[in-house]
Design a protein around this ligand. Structure first.
Ligand code: G3D
Ligand code: MG
Length: 186
C-alpha cells in the first residue's frame, strides 16, 4: 500500500513570473492567457502518485494574488505550509534577484526553513532569456533547494516541479510545526 501524504504548499515569487499559470497548468492542464489575473489567496488541490517514494501525495496549492499589503493575509497564506515553489522569470533578472526576499518571508512566516524548489519559468522565451541555467542552479545549490526549468506555456516540466517538491517534503525531517499559540505571539 502506498503511503498517503497531504501537504499545503505556497507559490512564491514576484508578480507576473507565472505562478498562476503554473498552478493552472498543473491542476487543470491548460494555459489560458485570459484567466482571471487573481485567484486571491485561494487554493487548488491535486493528488499525484510519487512512485519514487511509493506514495500518493495530495497537495493544496496556495497562490497569492499581487503584493499583499496586509500582514494578516500573508500569515494565513503561509500558515501550515510545508513547502513552496520559488518562481522567477528567466527573461527578467530582477525576479531572480528577489528570490532571497521571498525565501526570507516564507521562512519567517512558517517559523522554519521549509523545502523549496527553485523554478526558472518561461524557458520557451529562448530569445529574451537573460538568467542562465548555471546561475539558477548555483542559487539553488547554495541554498540546498532543488532546481527545475519550466514553461507553463508549453507545459514542459510543470508537473515535475511539483513532484520534485513532494519528494523533498516527504524526505524532510518530521519536525512538528510551531504551535498556534507560539506562532500567534510572533
Ligand atoms: P503571476 O501569477 O506570477 O503574477 P501569471 O504570473 O501566471 O499571471 O503570468 C504572467 C504573464 O506571463 C501572463 O501573460 C502569462 O500568460 C505569462 N506566462 C506565464 N508563464 C509563462 C511561460 O511559461 N511562458 C510564457 N511565454 N509566458 C508565460 P499576460 O500576457 O497574460 O500578462
Ligand atoms: Mg497570479
Amino acid at each position: 500500500m502506498p503511503a498517503e501524504y497531504r501537504f499545503k504548499i505556497v507559490m512564491l515569487g514576484d508578480g507576473a513570473v507565472g505562478k498562476t499559470a503554473l498552478t493552472l497548468r498543473f491542476t487543470q492542464n491548460h494555459f489560458d492567457s485570459d484567466y482571471k489575473r487573481t485567484i486571491g489567496s485561494d487554493f487548488a488541490v491535486k493528488r499525484m502518485e510519487i512512485p519514487q517514494r511509493d506514495a500518493n501525495c495530495t497537495i493544496q496549492v496556495w497562490d497569492l494574488a499581487g503584493q499583499p499589503r496586509f500582514e494578516i493575509v500573508r500569515q494565513s497564506f503561509y500558515r501550515g505550509s510545508r513547502g513552496g515553489l520559488l518562481v522567477f522569470d528567466v527573461t527578467r533578472r530582477r525576479t531572480f534577484l528577489n528570490l532571497d526576499q521571498w525565501k526570507e518571508e516564507a521562512f519567517k512566516n512558517t517559523g522554519r526553513p521549509i523545502p523549496l524548489v527553485v523554478v526558472a519559468n518561461k524557458v520557451d522565451l529562448v530569445e529574451s532569456r537573460v538568467v542562465t541555467t548555471e546561475e539558477g542552479k548555483e542559487y539553488a545549490d547554495k541554498n540546498k533547494f532543488l532546481y527545475v526549468e519550466s514553461s507553463a506555456l508549453s507545459g514542459e516540466n510543470v508537473e515535475s516541479a511539483y513532484v520534485t517538491l513532494c519528494t523533498m517534503m516527504i524526505d524532510a525531517p518530521k519536525t512538528s510545526p510551531p504551535s498556534e499559540a507560539s506562532s500567534a505571539t510572533t
